[in-house]
Structure formats: C-alpha cells, structure tokens
Design a binder for this molecule. Sequence first.
Ligand code: AMP
Length: 409
Amino acid sequence: MNFKELKLNKPILRAIAEKNYDAPTPVQEMTIPLVLDGKDVIASAQTGTGKTAAFALPILQLLFDRQDASKKKIKALIISPTRELAMQIQENFKDYAQYTNLVSAVIYGGSAIEPQIETLKKGVDILVATPGRLLDLHKQDVINLDYIETLVLDEADLMLDMGFIDDVKKIERLCPKGKQILLFSATMPFKVVQLANSILKDAEKIAVTPTSSAAARVHQTLYFTPKPKKIELCLHLLRNTIKGNILIFRRTKHGVDKLEQTLLRNNYKVDSIHGAKSQDERQEALNRFKNKETNILIATDVAARGIDIDNLDSVVNFDLPNIPETYVHRIGRTGRAGQSGTSYSFCSADEKQYVISIQKLMQKHIDVEEDHPYPLDPKAQPEVHKRKGSKHRKGRKSEGSKKKKKRWY
Ligand code: AMP
C-alpha cells in the first residue's frame, strides 16, 4: 500500500514525500482510514511504530477539508503525558502541515506560561498539551475547548501511571460531546481499557505487535552480576564491548546521577535525562545526544518514554524493569526500521524474577553471557537459557573445581 491509496490530499502527500516515507507503517494503514471515517479508535502501538503520523495525517486531512467557519479555533487536541513527547508530536504536525495553512502549537508545564499564552492568542487549529498546563490555561480562560472535533490521548498507559487519570477525564468532559476520540497506548492494562470503555463510543480496536518484532530483531544479552558490581561491569563493557550510540536505563533519578558522575570521571561523553531536571536541561541533553556531541545518554523510563531517538546502536538495562513490557519498549529503541540492534541487561539476584516475566512475555529466552569478570554467586543464578556454544561454558567441564569457583560457577 502507498500513501496515495489512503486518500490523503496533495499538500499532505508532498510533506510526507519530503520526509522520505515510502509507505505507511502497519499502524498507519489500519488507523488512517478509520480516523478519516470519523470513528473512535483504540490502538495498541508503541513509539517507533509510526503512531504519531497515524493520527496526525488524518487529523490534518479532516481539518484541511473542512477549514472555514471556525478558523483558528482549536479543533484537534492531543494530550501527551510528557513535555518531550508533546514537543515531538507538535514538530511532526508542523512538518506534515507545512503545505497547508493549518497551525499547531504545543503547551507544557515547567516552562514560562506567557509565551504559550501569546501563541494561543494568535489562534491555532491543533493543540498538543500536557494535562496540567492545559487545565491551568483553560482555567485562566486562555483556551476554548468548545470547538474540539478530535481528541487524542497519546501514551494513555503512561498517562495513567503518572497519575493523570482525573485530569484526563476532566479534559474529556470539557470537550464537546460528539467529538471523535483516539486513544493510543503502548500497553493495554485493565485501567486503560476501563478508561477507553468509559469515554470512547463503539471504538475500533487496532493492535500492532511490537512485542514479538522488537524481541526478534534485537540481539539481547543478559549479564548476571551482584548489584554493587554493576558499575564496574558497565565500565568494563563500555571499554570492550558496547560501542556507538548508547541509551542506558536506570530505575531512579539518583541512580542516573550516580552513573553519570562515574562515567564522566572516566572521560565518557555522557548526558542524562530524568524528571528532576528542568525542561531546558532535558532538551539540551537530548539535542547533544542527537547531534552526536555525546554518545551515551542515561535515562529513567518516564523521561525517555516517547522520545524519538534514531540510530541507536545499543540499549543497556543497567537496572531491569519490574514491568516486562517496559523491557520490550526499552530494547525496541534499538534495531528500528529493520536494522538490528543490541541490548545488554544487568541482572542482580533480586531482579531474577523480572527475567522470568520478561522471557514469558517475549516467549523467548535471553542469552546469558557468562564470560565476564563480575559474575554473580552461582547459587543466586536462576534457571535461564545459557548462551549456546559459549567458549567459557564448553571449557567448564574440564576445569578444576577451584577455577570454576573463581570464574562463573
Ligand atoms: P513514532 O512511532 O510516531 O514515534 O514514529 C517513529 C519514527 O518513524 C519517526 O521518526 C517518524 O518520522 C518515522 N515514521 C513515521 N511514519 C513513517 C513511515 N511511513 N515511513 C518511514 N518512517 C516513518
């Protein structure tokens, strides 16, 4: 299928051609006709699947076709959980709308409100917003939601995880009754389904299956190591094994800072993003990474979620996530667009249960690398798949018991 067959009009097709998109991605193929048809849609799709264009292109098409009376009134509202994601979505809208006269804007918290008010006063057709700032500006009477025709809730699972459920429901109630609603979520836990059931009408359901494709595409390796040795293992692998553009995940902000300090002391070109950093700091870190001024970015899941970072060579799970889907999202950031990527996961004794859940979700074993200097006490190692044909493993049988103890077992 090509974009013409999706019945998009010329200005939009021209913008897509400039982005060098050859063909629609599966989520775009499935979603675009439904949105053009005015349907409510609930789509399970993660970042990297092309989900932004899946809602942005048909929204632009609909607005382009019927722009007249309510000119420069907000007609499409996109709610996003994080500032970075909101900015990225608006950049996409701007690119796709460059040959139309439709105007988009973005508003988010943690940044001066006045310039945002000025932009809104000039009039916009499409508004991308984080929930808190939107409600704030609505309360100040700067935003009129009476003309909303399409409401998009992006990354709904993260939005609920971040405690935005009441805000989201409130925003939905502030928009007119007959609007179209599109809900996108990387995962579909019960609370997201519940929200969808309470606000969407006869929604069409779409699922793309990133889980299996990401899992198949990425070369994944697991390292069992004691928690206090993770930093040493990380330094060892950065020196010897992990190359290129690297995204390292840690569970806590404190953990991110600590690792960043260590890597800086070891002369690595490293930056970090987490929730306690200001919007400007996060954006600058992201820009430096994208411009290749740094090649290592350390992040928490929430800070990294939804951010489009291209050409990632490796993902390091310094801490394993307790939600198995999060693991798949993390590794899905490498090996995009048909390229193969690599992931390195460090597992301490207390995280071994997570490995079992992750493998169950992926229906695939992760290879264990035994040949490294910081192994875990063998008694703490769970029953997982060993790397087949590993040099070290083959040699183990003939090794004396003393040596075995010193190495892995
Ligand atoms: P998203 O899942 O919306 O974050 O998109 C991930 C990346 O895919 C972005 O860099 C988009 O510009 C890109 N993209 C979206 N649609 C297509 C397409 N049909 N062909 C190629 N790249 C695309």
